[in-house]
Design a protein around this ligand. Sequence first.
Ligand code: DX5
Length: 250
Amino acid sequence: MIQSISSAIFSEHRPVQIIPSVLPADWANMGQCVKDLELAGVDRIQFDVMDGNFVPNLTFGPEMISACRKYCKVPFETQLMVSQYNCETMLEGYVEASKGSNGEPGVVIAHAEANVHLHRILGRIRQLGGSPSVALNPHTPMDMVKDVLDMVDHILVMTVNPGFGGQAYIPTMLNKITQLRKIILENGYNVDIEVDGGIKADWSLSQCCAAGANCFIAGSGMFAYPTLKEGCDALRKVANDAQNGIIVEK
Ligand code: DX5
């Protein structure tokens, strides 16, 4: 059961954003894939950077992300599931690679758990011309980031333990989303809430939206459809419905 959300929070609609993760894509044709995602109508594209240290999986670095830039104009976001050393030493490369086709700030997501100097990292992302965002693993309480919410444009609530696509959504993250939306509104912060992990065009997305999230990352939940456009449209419909009070129950 969703805990009832006061109308103040619900009426504060932030634009719905549908953001595919490229983890399920054909990596041998990533350029074509980002072009296809753009044609499918997505709002941003997420690149999952994993270094085999912060998470038990390995993906790609800034070069792969930069190489995709010339194939589309859709904004990029880079989730840094990497160690503190990797984040600090390669940050400039990640920020540059994530920028838009005209140098617009790209979203760069640092994990709260990986960075003991999180405030400094978020400041550097902004300084380097990026759009800072911070991510929370499922076990990490929102208190870990409430003192940096004034520095970020987005906060990412992981709804799976990071490292792999295709995992089951963790429904107990809803309270954390509600708490974050409340503190963001009470302080007048201009911050989007993203959710990532096991998000599908069903009750998982619907309940996260009702709790206050407005950006939805989906890997298997988008690539499972016959076409990417059908996947994008299905996710967007559930989100728009939820913002209009039509909530899908489990
Ligand atoms: C997992 C990644 C997610 C993942 C989502 O660590 O951060 O972005 O790719 O994939 P699904 O939607 O299949 O859970």
